[in-house]
Design a protein around this ligand. Sequence first.
Ligand SMILES: N=c1c2ncn([C@@H]3O[C@H](COP(=O)(O)OP(=O)(O)OP(=O)(O)O)[C@@H](O)[C@H]3O)c2ncn1[C@@H]1O[C@H](COP(=O)(O)O)[C@@H](O)[C@H]1O
Length: 99
Amino acid sequence: MSETDLSILNEIYDVILERKNKPVESSYVCSLLSHRKGIDKILEKVGEESIETILAAKGDRREEIIYESSDLLFHLLVMFAAKGITLEEIAEELKKRRE
Ligand SMILES: N=c1c2ncn([C@@H]3O[C@H](COP(=O)(O)OP(=O)(O)OP(=O)(O)O)[C@@H](O)[C@H]3O)c2ncn1[C@@H]1O[C@H](COP(=O)(O)O)[C@@H](O)[C@H]1O
């Protein structure tokens, strides 16, 4: 794989966990994790970004598909961290399906 591969997902997931364990003021991730709506705020964002990704793909706008998919992946990572799900667990599930 090229230098810019999906290991960036691990990197961002680690930052999210760091924010979860050591909150930082002015952090967007912390604002989601400590939102008064709780997990519902994170799920709201996952829903919103899913719809934006779908609309971008429907419009066949390549740049927008990449941008919105990145927003979606990021918010999914926040949801995994909030739920205590690791990327290893996701990888294991996907790997099982290859067997
Ligand atoms: N990858 C991201 C990332 N992608 C998107 N976003 C934020 O996600 C939000 C996207 O939501 P919207 O487009 O709906 O914008 P909005 O108007 O802020 O939305 P509302 O929440 O107000 O409804 C924006 O505020 C973006 O800044 C991200 N915020 C953080 N990260 C990563 O997380 C790391 C930690 O971030 P902090 O916790 O802010 O330090 C960063 O270093 C980045 O690597």
